[in-house]
Design a protein around this ligand. Structure first.
Ligand SMILES: NC(=O)c1ccc[n+]([C@@H]2O[C@H](COP(=O)([O-])OP(=O)(O)OC[C@H]3O[C@@H](n4cnc5c(N)ncnc54)[C@H](O)[C@@H]3O)[C@@H](O)[C@H]2O)c1
Length: 387
């Protein structure tokens, strides 16, 4: 989607798979470990977790109890010869773990969200530019052949007026989600927002959001949200969801409608999308990429070819900007401009940045939107012009 700065390539082949360490041996980390073990494109050479017992248990669970473990990704990568890092830590650790890896010359494939705040996401984009290393975010729900087919149908429909997602489920997670102020918006809706950007091929302009917590909710924060985004080009994207909505639940991808000049496409999130239009859907090859294995394959191909992948940090950060815009609108009761959210995050990123080179890159961005789109004119360390 964007022309991002170039990054260093790393050769790999089926004969010489890419050696990687995985960081974070929690629930999602274990799913990643299974995927890494199954992939012919990578060789898992170590597991990192602050909790060394968790790392050892994960190694044993893979049937590889002798796999090296450690509590520091860069140190274990140096000790094992790893040439890339898979970051599956908690969101608050994404910024420190990924920054350290990039500065050690290691490209990173990291779990969503890119970081726990938009300001730290901008810092990571600037760190990728500073180091010339690839940082790709695995936004796993974007790697879905049915979503790719829906995108093809959206392209067939001509101008798009509206895209909507309904997401109604009733999971009882226990743990951190039950305590978050905005569990649905911050932990889950980012997947749908990211998919909407992909479907429309357009970035967000503004958000209006209301959140609330139904009386029967088992969440401390607001488990229900309705958001209306204005997207570039004028289409509207509406998201309506709840995490405490028992009965007639939607799929985990949500239920989608794309309304265009020539007709409508719908997707229930589980089955193939369908189109009701005055043109038949164009015959397109099915996307070969699915879930986290799909993201891993795309990451390895990008490292081989130098071709920027979907999910590259600059491109992915706009999905987090949609989340922060929605949260801010819910808090203020006002329609929020995404450019204002980006400008405030940029100011905070410059103020918080501890690495002089990264701060210099951040300050060289004359516009955050164009820096994320890869179209910014960068002065050599010139002062930030805001925006
Ligand atoms: N794509 C999806 O569908 C999906 C689903 C679930 C979780 N996730 C994402 O995956 C990530 C991990 O989630 P989880 O549910 O596995 O969390 P978790 O709490 O189960 O596990 C996280 C692990 O990271 C370790 N850790 C924390 N800080 C660390 C650091 N600085 N260095 C090394 N290890 C560290 C913790 O000790 C823990 O073992 C999150 O970003 C989450 O949003 C994505």
């Amino acid at each position: 989607m964007s022309a991002v700065p170039t990054f260093a390539t790393v050769p790999s082949s089926p004969q010489e798979p890419l050696p990687v360490v995985a960081v974070g041996a929690g629930a999602m980390g274990r799913a990643w470990l299974a995927t890494l073990s199954d992939s012919p494109e990578v060789a898992l050479v170590g597991i990192v977790d602050l909790d060394l017992d968790a790392a050892r248990r994960a190694a044993t669970g893979l049937g590889r109890p002798d796999l090296p473990v450690g509590s520091d990704a860069v140190a274990l990568a140096e000790g094992t010869g790893a040439r890339a890092v898979i970051d599956v830590t908690v969101p608050a650790a994404h910024h420190p773990v990924t920054t350290a890896a990039l500065f050690a010359g290691l490209p990173v494939l990291g779990e969503k969200p890119v970081a726990d705040t938009l300001a730290r996401a901008l810092s990571l984009a600037a760190a990728a530019e500073t180091t010339g290393q690839l940082f790709m975010v695995s936004q796993s729900r974007r790697w879905n052949p049915q979503l790719a087919a829906l995108k093809g149908m959206a392209d067939d429909l001509g101008d798009i007026g509206a895209v909507t997602t309904e997401f109604f489920k009733a999971p009882r997670f226990g743990g951190f989600r039950d305590e978050m102020a905005h569990p649905l918006l911050v932990d889950m809706a980012i997947h749908a927002f990211d998919s909407a950007r992909y479907l429309l091929g357009a970035e967000p302009v503004a958000a209006y959001c209301e959140t609330w917590n139904p009386p029967w909710s088992w969440y401390a924060g607001d488990a229900s949200a309705s958001v209306l985004f204005e997207m570039e080009g004028g289409a509207r994207y509406g998201y309506h969801g709840s995490w405490c909505a028992p009965g007639a639940e939607t799929s985990w991808n949500g239920s989608w409608r794309v309304s265009g000049a020539r007709g409508t496409a719908r997707w229930d999130g589980d089955d193939e999308p369908v189109m009701d239009a005055d043109v038949p859907p164009t015959d397109r090859p099915r996307s070969p990429h699915e879930g986290i294995a799909g993201a891993l394959g795309v990451f390895c191909a990008a490292l081989r070819t130098g071709e920027p992948p979907m999910g590259e940090v600059h491109e992915n950060t706009m999905s987090l900007a949609m989340v922060e815009a929605a949260v801010e609108s819910a808090a203020t009761g006002r329609r929020v401009l995404v450019d204002d959210v980006l400008a405030r995050a940029h100011e905070r990123a410059v103020a918080e940045e501890t690495h002089p080179q990264v701060r210099e890159v951040l300050r060289s961005w004359s516009s955050v939107r164009s820096a994320l789109a890869g179209t910014a004119h960068r002065g050599p360390g010139g002062p930030a012009a805001g925006g």
